[in-house]
Design a binder for this molecule. Sequence first.
Ligand code: PXP
Length: 246
Amino acid sequence: MISLGVNIDHVATVRQARRTDEPDPVWAAVEAELGGADCITFHLREDRRHINDRDARLLKETVAVKLNMEMAAEAEIVDIACKLSPTQCSLVPEKREELTTEGGLDVAGHRARLAETVKRLHGCGIEVSAFIEPLADQIKASAEVGFDAIELWTGGYAHAKGSAEMESALATVREGVRIGNGCGLTVHGGHGLTYRNIGPIAGIEGFCEFNIGHSIVSRSVFVGMREAVRLMKELLARHAPPETLA
Ligand code: PXP
């Protein structure tokens, strides 16, 4: 069964809109776990625009499932990750002006620096994933640099207009999963996945985990986090390739 990582950043975004103490992303993580989340994902951004250091600390203390910390490969954040010791760190590109992570990390173009970061995190006992576009050179470079996993950017599929564009984006993702598995990498997927578009992506063989944030947090406003996660898990099970259903 494909795992579901729930990204709780946007619970903190609502809290930060008033710079108060609610809603608490740590509570959201508990509710997500009760709904069946296999992983809790948070992004500690350099500008701390949503998740802050207190959240990261409490998530580490309270999350019982896999804890995935998204982060830029920057010294200050790498130091924090090493002290925090989440299950996995996902390295992502980070720009201050962006609304959310846009596109993937250029692993092929920054091999030496990323290899150093991966080595440091491995030394702290942390698995490391690279958030990349589903491109052969980036996938192969991720394996060569020493990443344990890749998270394929699904934005190309999520933003596709019309069925031809969508089919072509799906084929690109499918090929990316095949290459990633062929390189011995664990393959995750994420970005822009919703209750409406998850079906065809969930049907691709070879994925291990999806990280979904905005759509689940949005749904949770109406039905609660526990139910929102349960509904997404139900869709993943319904659309999973047959051999992963055991
Ligand atoms: N995976 C990564 C690496 C991300 O940066 C994000 C966005 O924070 C997500 C998954 C989740 O994307 P979305 O909020 O569009 O579901």
